[in-house]
Unconditional design. Sequence first.
Length: 202
Amino acid sequence: MKKVFVLLWAIVFFFFSSCEIGLGAQVDVEPPSVSLLSPSENARTRRGITFSGEWNDDLEVKEISVLFKKTNDENVQFGPYTAVLSYSNEKDKSCGLWNCFVDPISSKIPDGSYSIFVTATDTYNHSTFISTVITVDNTAPFVVIDSPSTVSINTPMSYGQKFSIIGRGADEVNGGTVDAIDVVIYDDKKTEIARKSLSRIS
């Protein structure tokens, strides 16, 4: 009986020792974590957009990508765009920073509201994602002056000491609303003589 007990103890010890080795520090069982530091949520962006943040993993992240989805139609997508990774520690490579530059103009991303999905994938193909919403706005609003209707400085309309400027403004992306309009009046020598700022024009 003593010999059998010793043999069984040896087998059990070997079994548990083997499991411990199999679940050592080099096994990655958790998905990576990723954060987005810029741009902020609901940001209105113009021209090039730099997405950036931090990442962390048990071993190493092999890829982070950025995907655009139209908020009112998720079938309209752009990307994914691959981020550039940097390591906080070159030895273990378990955490670091990432950034991804996207130019909506060259990438042919139309103006509008987009859900942004940032996906991190580690070397064991575990992945996780975070999301935010931004607005791409690369089109200037339009302004129309209805009155005075003069279009040439050589044929100005005559006014007294007071006159009114009547016009319209709209922005396709911002729900039709123009955030601000500055009206500046110059004399015939191009010297500024009056200025008025208007806000929230719709």
